[in-house]
Design a binder for this molecule. Structure first.
Ligand code: C2O
Ligand code: CU
Ligand code: CU
Length: 500
């Protein structure tokens, strides 16, 4: 097993006020990069894109393009982005609206753009079948039929999703609705409603991204030793309001974050992937695997000077005994603490906004309604290091094979079984689900809302439930897959159709 945990991150430890060890995410032996200046650059806020309503349709113009960006002082990194050099704008739509997005591909290579978390017809999904050839424009059109939430979009080209997202083809997609508006949550974009797209990157000596250069990267997924937030290395933010809402996306290819503040303070989680929770959930840390989102409310005072940090989650008892337990330890990439950004309170104002006590009613489906239970076994095929080992139910992704056929309107339970020594974030297109249980136990409060991605621990079984509604198309599949993009690209993905 040529995978070691030593080469993941090296730590220069500092200790936070409450004794939480905080380390910078500094250069490891595998990257030429020796350490970026911490908290020297302000957090960038991606622009809002509201589009333009014509004939009752809200229209957006998006261009996939190449560019370059100075992430590290004095070095230009070749990148890709949407309407810009790296990442894309925040697309903002409203429930009930008809939306059309014209996606022009100026990358010089094929791509796709997938609307992650959005409920829509499979043909509009932007998955591996909706390829946008170089120079072409793709114009999906669909109605927004789901509650206020923070969704996102990213490339989904089969075998190339990992590298295209790594270079920057991703952005946020906000859905608003009346119910959400009525709660009086902080909602002034860039002022008290702040998106945080978390991504780790590895750089080569010449400043270019270093992507997938080792077997380690292929097996565990691509992790890096430099933290970016909204495309800025270890930024700082001068917080403007006493109460701030952060919409956090784990936009990393493979890294799992357990987010906390350096003084260990409490915050409120108000939303998960699919929208608002029934009520704010007080937490001191929130875990986000690739693809997952959380919205939180953070209260600060002018005296505060904090860091958003990753702290290793409490070690889960290894399952399955000796060898299996040892491998589970070696295959974690989240066992070292590090800083992500600095939050400065001096100068903030109290706008009088207070967290609501209740939020929204979240749809639930009961087990009795379920007409079918499907089982998905995740395997890594250890010992077959040359690839082909990433499978679901023993099979690697085949664009020409439909794995599951779901009846329109059916409530189903999907049981995800992880038979591998590392955790996998399992994602389902088209729908939002509820987590029924983890190894038979109900999920924590922060996971009791709508979800489209769920982290399944080594040897764990997670059951989720949902209804497949509105859209049926026997010829266009949706995907389900591991959201570690290198696993997805290597075949840990399958296809389902919804039929009338
Ligand atoms: Cu975020 Cu199939 O993906
Ligand atoms: Cu998706
Ligand atoms: Cu995986």
């Amino acid at each position: 097993m040529p995978v070691t945990r030593r080469d993941l991150l090296t730590a220069a430890a500092a200790v936070g006020a409450s004794g939480v060890a905080v380390t910078a995410l500094y250069g490891s032996g595998r990257s030429a990069f020796a350490g970026a200046a911490r908290f020297q650059r302000p957090l960038a806020i991606p622009p809002l894109l509201q589009g333009e309503v014509r004939d009752g349709v809200r229209r957006f113009d998006l261009t996939l393009q190449r560019g370059q960006r100075e992430f590290l002082d004095g070095m230009q990194t070749p990148t890709a982005g949407i309407n810009g050099a790296f990442l894309g704008p925040v697309i903002r739509v409203r429930r009930g609206e008809q939306v059309r997005l014209d996606v022009a591909n100026r990358l010089g290579e094929a791509s796709t753009l997938h609307w992650h978390g959005v409920h829509l017809p499979a043909k509009m999904d932007g998955g591996p079948h909706q390829v946008i050839e170089a120079g072409a424009t793709w114009s999906p059109r669909f109605r927004i039929r789901q509650p206020a939430s923070t969704q996102w979009y990213h490339s989904h080209l089969f075998h190339r999703t990992g590298v295209q997202v790594y270079y920057g083809l991703a952005g946020l997609f906000y859905i608003d609705d009346d119910q959400g508006d009525a709660l009086g949550l902080p909602s002034d974009h860039g002022v008290d409603d702040i998106p945080l797209v978390l991504q780790d990157r590895s750089f080569a000596r010449d400043g270019s991204f270093r992507y997938l250069t080792s077997m380690h990267d292929r097996m565990l997924g691509m992790t890096g030793d430099v933290m970016l937030v909204n495309g800025v290395v270890l930024p700082f933010l001068r917080v403007r309001r006493r109460l701030t809402r952060f919409r956090i996306l784990n936009g990393s290819n493979a890294r799992i974050y357990n987010l906390a503040f350096s003084d260990g303070r409490r915050f409120l989680q108000i939303a998960s992937d699919g929208g608002l929770l029934p009520r704010p959930v007080p937490l001191t840390s929130v875990r986000l695997s690739p693809g997952e989102r959380a919205e939180i409310l953070l209260e600060m005072t002018p005296e505060d000077d904090l860091q958003l940090v990753h702290v290793p989650p409490p070690a889960r008892r290894a399952r399955g005994g000796g060898m299996m337990g040892m491998m589970q330890g070696m295959m974690r990439s989240d066992d070292q603490p590090f800083s992500i950004m600095r939050l400065i309170g001096s100068g903030l104002e109290d706008a009088g906004t207070r967290p609501p006590r209740r939020l929204v009613e979240v749809p639930a489906w009961s087990e009795d309604e379920a007409v079918k239970t499907r089982r998905f076994v995740l395997e890594m095929g250890m010992g077959m290091m040359g690839g082909g080992g990433f499978r679901i139910n023993g099979r690697a992704m085949d664009m020409n094979r439909i794995d599951e056929t779901v009846r329109l309107g059916a409530v189903e339970i999907w049981e995800i079984v992880n038979r591998s020594p590392m955790a996998h974030p399992f994602h389902i297109h088209d729908i939002q689900f509820r987590i029924l249980d983890r190894d038979g136990r109900p999920p924590p409060a922060g996971e009791q809302g709508l979800k489209d991605t769920v982290l399944v621990e080594p040897q764990e079984t997670v059951r989720v439930i949902t209804r497949f509604e509105h859209y049926a198309d026997a010829d266009s599949p949706y995907m389900f897959h591991c959201h570690i993009l290198e696993h997805e690209d290597a075949g840990m993905m399958g296809q389902f159709v919804v039929v009338a």
